[in-house]
Design a protein around this ligand. Structure first.
Ligand code: ZN
Length: 246
């Protein structure tokens, strides 16, 4: 594992060609993940949740992400695909910036896209936040998503509603990595008090995820307990602990 620390992102290279960018700023922003050099063609990188452009404390989240990726030798211009775990602005506001630089495709679940273009937009305007603008190329469905030539990265998509109506989690069985978005965190769970949230759905989603064989749980946000949960026993303990909230 290789760590690089700047004041705004900690870059954690979990395995070859897979990087987690852990947000370290004071305001709100999500963690991002990068599958490097996976797609065929000129734009080989895949990013999960590029996050905010600028957050509520006016921290330039996206500029810092660009810098953090550059330190690892990657350019945003070379991103070919953006995967959004869900459509909250702190996860996909920067889609637009990535697309400007790279013409990347975007994907998320159909349920989430429908929420985004209806209640999600209304919520953004009520909160005075610019609604994220992008057009998905295709929708993520429960099941396999293979990236790259010879299915270099074989992911399993889990539809895990609760925090938002169409949240997804990504499971990379070969490396026992689970990317959870805002469904489950280190010692905590995603909020369900938004008008579109559902604690009973979140419970069902977390129950399903807890059946998986996971070595690294990579959440969408860090908590006071930590960011990435490492080691199967710790992941199991984490699931046991967060189920107490449900
Ligand atoms: Zn969220």
């Amino acid at each position: 594992m290789v760590y690089q620390l700047s004041s705004y992102y900690e870059s954690v290279q979990l395995i070859e060609d897979f990087y987690c960018y852990i947000w370290q700023g004071r305001g709100n922003n999500c963690n991002s993940c990068l599958f490097a050099n996976v797609l065929r063609g000129e734009r080989p990188h895949v990013i999960i949740d590029p996050g905010h452009v600028t957050n509520e404390l006016r921290e330039a989240c996206f500029d810092y992400l660009v810098k953090a990726m550059e330190r690892d030798g990657f350019k945003v211009d070379d991103i070919g695909l953006i995967i959004n775990t869900h459509s909250h602005p702190d996860h996909c506001q920067a889609n637009e910036m990535v697309i400007q630089k790279s013409q990347a495709w975007v994907t998320l679940s159909e349920e989430e896209d429908e929420f985004r273009s209806t209640l999600g937009e209304k919520l953004c305007s009520m909160l005075g936040i610019k609604a994220p603008r992008f057009t998905p190329l295709f929708y993520l469905k429960e099941g396999n998503l293979n990236l790259g030539a010879q299915n270099k990265v074989e992911l399993q998509i889990f539809l895990t509603p609760g925090h938002s109506p169409g949240s997804i989690c990504l499971y990379w069985a070969d490396n026992k990595i689970l990317i959870t978005g805002d469904v489950v965190f280190y010692g905590s769970i995603g909020r369900t008090d938004f008008p579109s949230g559902s604690l009973s759905m979140l419970k069902r989603s977390i129950d399903r995820l807890s059946q998986l064989d996971v070595e690294y749980l990579v959440p969408g946000h860090s908590t006071e307990f930590g960011s990435i949960v490492k080691g199967r026993p710790n992941v199991e303990r984490n699931f046991q602990a967060v189920k107490l909230f449900l």
